[in-house]
Design a binder for this molecule. Sequence first.
Ligand SMILES: *Cc1c(COP(=O)(O)O)cnc(C)c1O
Length: 242
Amino acid sequence: MPNSSSDRALRDAELRGKLAQVKARIDASAKASARDAADITLVAVSKTRPAQDISLLYEAGQRSFGESYVQEAVPKISILNRCTIEWHFIGRIQSNKTREIARYFDWVHSVDRIEIARRLSRQRPHSLAPLNVCIQVNISREPSKAGVTPDEVADLVAAIYQLPGMNLRGLMTIAPRNTTNRNTNRRQDFQELNNLRSQLERGQGVHLDTLSMGMSGDLEDAVRFGATIVRVGSAIFGVREP
Ligand SMILES: *Cc1c(COP(=O)(O)O)cnc(C)c1O
């Protein structure tokens, strides 16, 4: 009996429990590194999850949600338009999808090309505040991964800074997945992203208040190395179906 009220109550209890666990992990990690947990925003990554899950979490107080696929996200955003949700786009950006991203999202974490930034800026509706933007950095220089290399970031920062429809907020990275020294590598990556931000602030006179890093498996390390946004999917919603 899908969608019965008892199923909904069960799912509600499950999601509230998982949300509380993730918040407790963030709090503990913030405390351990003498940071204020209030400086860390939890983005619940709701890609592949139904609008009803988002709605239950919203009722539990969650306000920021992340999506990776435009086609899937837009109908959910439309259904939930009465909720004051902050929507974060975290997936790869195809140029034929920028118009919808610029219209439906508040944040984009995955900008890694100036052409894409120009399109998003041009297509951002004037009735909306400028789009909050992070530049995705491929710190570990994995060939398969999206993002600019660290030495390419400065040029992109300078270019995005000029765009009227964009509010450049900071840097985003995805930690390495299948390396032999996974823990060491991701800590180095998080530290490097943090250093890169400081270098850019000093070198280019820009203010970057955001480091978007850390997911279900590594949010503690990310918080320890300065994350201001963590993007958490499976630890809240359960394991994604393949
Ligand atoms: C899916 C995804 C996440 C969430 O990953 P989990 O391991 O499920 O927490 C975070 N960031 C990006 C860019 C993603 O695509």
